[in-house]
Design a protein around this ligand. Structure first.
Ligand SMILES: Cc1cc2nc3c(=O)[nH]c(=O)nc-3n(C[C@H](O)[C@H](O)[C@H](O)COP(=O)(O)O)c2cc1C
Length: 151
């Protein structure tokens, strides 16, 4: 059984809505155990538990949230000896763009080393039903890929 970890941060609830749907999608794949953790609550032991990772954040000031950055700051060097090599995906809630957050996450993730396995999901503006549908699909695709050994 593979383990899938979702790490996210949300200040005003938009990324939270996406994260809840991502988790629901992951759990549509019964052969994968999925967990959702806030970025401040996640640490090295969670990364070591995971076979795959989904990272969710708002775009704030053109980059990821401080909370997700804090997660990276705390775990980067402790994770180094583990040579994680995990597949991962990114989901973003952004007022208008999201590309700055994606770029910065990808830059840091390369160093872990994490392997991106899909196009980032970027929900622009108010969260709507289509965003939520895509978030659920995003979670399911990751979980199914892990289960099938594709990633
Ligand atoms: C301090 C702050 C900075 C922001 N900076 C950006 C930005 O650079 N680009 C963008 O597209 N949206 C920006 N936004 C909008 C948020 O990304 C957007 O409202 C998002 O949905 C918030 O997600 P959350 O509800 O999960 O916190 C900013 C919001 C805040 C509060």
């Amino acid at each position: 059984m593979k383990n899938l970890l979702i790490i996210y941060h949300s200040q005003s609830g938009n990324t939270q809505q996406l994260a809840d749907q991502v988790l629901a999608g992951c759990r549509d794949e019964a052969n994968v155990e999925s967990r959702l953790l806030g970025a401040f609550d996640a640490g090295l032991k969670d990364l070591r538990w995971a076979d795959g990772l989904l990272l969710g954040t708002p775009e704030n000031f053109g980059t990821m949230s401080g909370a997700l950055k804090d997660f990276f700051d705390r775990t980067y060097y402790p994770a180094e000896p583990n040579k994680l090599n995990l597949p991962y995906g990114i989901f973003i809630s952004a007022g208008n763009d999201g590309s700055g957050a994606v770029r910065e996450i990808q830059r840091i993730a390369k160093g872990y080393t994490l392997r991106i396995i899909s196009e980032p999901l970027i929900a622009k503006g108010e969260i709507n039903a289509e965003h939520l549908r895509l978030a659920r699909e995003f979670g399911l695709a990751m979980a199914a890929g892990l289960d099938l050994g594709i990633f």
